[in-house]
Design a binder for this molecule. Structure first.
Ligand code: BGC
Length: 731
């Protein structure tokens, strides 16, 4: 048994080169394919294809996608019986937004702006995953995204660096808890390093080309925040960055990650991305791919076999120093040690814990809370909340009674365990309400359509539960159109037109289930209420009902811009100033930076989201209008709930650097608070304005703080701003 990290060095010195290289290899758990009765373990899958000997299975460092305690126990047992150093195997898995109890997709969770709750969601996920034997989760994904065409936008926190930082840190803390050795924790792996979210044209696996100035100011801080919060591992990305694939990128891994950020944990490749160095044309063959990845600093190769096949030769030929292998192995074994696996390799494997924790009521309650807080009310012309005269309510659309609203990367989540919109409404509507449900609205006959119209006309409200099928977002799910599926769109337009022609009241509520911002201009003009529900997870149906019926007042605010048109992509609020900013005056418009057909800004901007109540900002006061180095300043104001409902407002602090030695963004989020107020209640609030909020990074990632002027704003969104004054900064 290994009792200290020093003993680890001793252990490494006793390992053969082959054994060490095997630790740097990760296969998927399916290769341990146990026959019914115990016996030998056949080598299957790629391992079979690559003609590995069976013994390799008892030397490799880690596996991914073993998802049950019983299976993990069997594998670990067999592994230890066969591993001559009794080094435990490490189990990894993508716990992205829940393991069994599924929370909203990360893009949805981010819109809650509630980092404590997000941290709790990761605690729940860690508890559920750890009892099933998982040691490391491939999360958080800290890839900043400005292009809704990219399918993985659903896994991201959206477009803003501050939200990205806070979310990455909250998730890491939630997964890892206060002590990684505790059996309800999993180690976090920040991914995908770096800038995967900036793939050109939103097309999956595409090129990323960013200036260092842009990389440093927008894209890197999320990963760093995850690492600063203690994440024990990091994953490289599939993309190239400025001509060099991230998986062979010394600048990213050595210069930034190791040297600047002092990261000491293992770096893992993404799935197959070492071999992909060949397809990139960055390596002539597998051997060179292995060489370049190891030289760049990738400690673990996920799934493809280049390390196993070529590293030993590369060491013998003195192309790669054995010391480099030792360092990688030490990082991997130290992680196993920190997880407590050396003292008890079965520490996390807990069959009865699966019974106890998976989908337990406490976890479901948290999922419901976060789902409701994630939802963003985009429009409300008085239809919501639904409360009076609810004799009859109609629920239409493919998401009306379907559990398929967990979203991609939903772990071991199951649609059958999911509360559908219908179930949620049935549980919460008054007993006397009649709920009509039509799940099928696509490509229906005229007869059926007329039936539906008649029901809609006599209903107090009609809820359209529509959206993208789950498989339309996630990895390798890029789209060029940001529309609802055509048959749904056709149905909704026809319904609205008929109701309008017949001069019927439009008591319609559009509830959207989707993984990315959509083009909603027509809907914004024609449907009185729109709720963005994202893929809300296991308790989605309850959360939808909570919001629609006013049990919970919506408080979500978008962390990503919703466009008028896909042609605006990439679209984000914190864009750089231009020499010819868009003008309001018709006559000045001609030669300025704008489109002829849509505005520059978003239809629903970053930070936007409605509430059932109203908030007023009073007595805004910036204490000083000048600060010098080392000083801070205070922004004070009072927030009043002047409406009828208890509610939460996310108050947002934005700063604009008026002039500098580099062109600066027109606005940047620098702080926020989520404030809860009863009707009529007023609270005094303050933000501390620090020097840190005034800095930016130069091309080398060095902090720059310049004397100058900074406009300060309080926003209820990035477009609904209150001027607070100009702050001068002197050095
Ligand atoms: C994804 C990663 C994921 C890995 C393992 C890859 O295809 O890009 O995000 O962690 O697979 O499942």
């Amino acid at each position: 048994m290994i009792n200290s990290k020093n003993e680890m060095k001793n252990l490494i010195s006793k390992m053969t080169l082959e054994e060490k290289i095997a630790q740097m290899y990760q296969l998927y758990g399916g290769v341990y394919d146990f026959p019914e009765e115990e016996g030998s373990i056949p080598v299957t899958g790629p391992a079979e294809e690559w003609e590995f000997e069976e013994q390799l299975l008892f030397k490799i460092g880690s596996v991914l996608n073993v998802n049950r305690a019983q299976k993990a126990r069997k594998i670990q047992k067999k592994y230890l019986e066969n591993n001559r150093h009794e080094i435990p195997l490490m189990f990894m898995y993508d716990i992205i937004h829940g393991y069994k109890t599924i929370f909203p997709i990360p893009l949805g969770s981010a819109c809650s702006w509630d980092m404590e709750l997000i941290e709790e969601s990761a605690r729940v996920a860690a508890r559920e995953g750890s009892v099933s034997g998982i040691n490391v989760t491939f999360s958080p994904m800290a890839d900043l995204v400005r292009d809704a065409r990219w399918g993985r936008v659903m896994e991201s926190p959206g477009e803003d660096p501050l939200i990205n930082e806070k979310m990455a840190a909250a998730l890491v803390k939630g997964y890892q808890g206060t002590d990684l050795k505790k059996d309800d924790t999993v180690a976090a792996c920040v991914k995908h390093f770096a800038a995967y979210g900036a793939v050109e044209a939103g097309r999956e696996y595409n090129t990323v080309d960013l200036s260092d100035y842009r990389l440093n100011n927008y894209y890197l801080s999320g990963y760093k925040a995850g690492i600063d919060a203690g994440a024990r591992m990091i994953m490289t990305a599939f993309n190239t960055l400025n001509g060099v694939p991230a998986t062979g990128n010394q600048y990213l891994i050595q210069d930034i990650l190791r040297e600047k950020w002092d990261f000491f944990g293992p770096v893992i490749s993404d799935y197959g991305s070492v071999s992909e160095l060949i397809a990139h044309g960055y390596a002539k063959n597998g051997k060179e791919a292995a060489q370049k990845a190891v030289q760049a600093g990738v400690d673990i190769e996920m799934v493809t076999p280049e390390y196993i096949k070529h590293l030993a030769d590369l060491v013998t030929e003195e192309v790669i120093a054995e010391k480099k292998i030792d360092t990688a192995v030490e990082r991997i074994l130290n992680l196993k040690y920190d997880l407590g696996l050396f003292s008890d390799p079965f520490r996390y494997i807990n069959e009865s814990g699966e019974e106890k924790y998976h989908l337990c009521s406490t976890h479901r309650k948290k999922a419901r809370q976060l789902a409701a807080e994630s939802m963003v009310l985009l429009e409300n012309d008085g239809v919501l909340p639904l409360k009076e005269n609810l004799e009859e309510v109609t629920l239409l659309g493919p998401f009306a009674d379907s559990g398929k609203m967990l979203g991609n990367w939903s772990g071991e989540g199951d649609a059958d365990d999911t509360v559908t919109a219908k179930e949620g409404l049935v549980n919460e509507l008054p007993d006397e309400t009649e709920l009509n449900v039509y799940s099928q609205i696509e490509n229906i006959s005229q007869g059926k359509f007329l039936d539906i119209i008649e029901t809609v006309k006599k209903s107090a409200a009609t809820i359209l539960a529509v959206g993208e099928p789950q498989s339309w977002s996630g990895e390798a799910r890029s789209r060029t159109r940001l529309t609802l599926p055509e048959p749904q769109e056709k149905f909704i337009k026809k319904l609205v037109n008929v109701l309008k022609e017949e001069e019927e009241e439009l008591n319609l509520v559009l509830v959207l289930f989707n993984g990315r911002p959509l083009e909603l201009e027509w809907y914004s003009e024609n449907i009185p209420a729109i709720l963005e529900a994202w893929y809300p997870g296991t308790e989605g149906g309850h959360a939808v009902a909570d919001i629609l019926l006013g049990q919970v007042n919506p408080s979500g605010k978008l962390t990503i811009s919703f466009p008028y048109s896909v042609g605006q992509m990439p679209l984000y609020y914190n864009r750089y100033s231009t020499g010819r900013p868009p003008m309001d005056q018709e006559v000045e418009k001609k030669n300025c930076s704008r489109y002829l057909d849509v505005p520059n800004h978003a239809l629903y901007p970053f930070g936007y989201g409605l509430s059932y109540t109203e908030f007023e900002y009073h007595n805004i006061n910036l204490e000083k209008n000048k600060i010098t180095a080392g000083e801070t300043n205070q922004l004070n104001f009072a927030l009043k709930n002047s409406g009828q409902y208890k509610g939460q407002e996310v108050v947002q602090l934005y700063i604009k650097d008026c002039y500098a030695n580099r062109v600066r963004p027109i606005l940047e989020l620098k702080g926020y608070q989520k404030i809860s107020l009863a009707p009529g209640e007023k609270k005094n609030i303050s933000f501390e304005i620090t020097e840190e909020m005034l800095i930016y990074f130069d091309e080398n990632g060095q902090n720059v703080i310049e004397p100058g002027a900074f406009e300060i704003y309080l926003g209820s969104s990035s477009k609904d701003l209150r001027e607070c004054g100009i702050l001068e900064y002197q050095i």
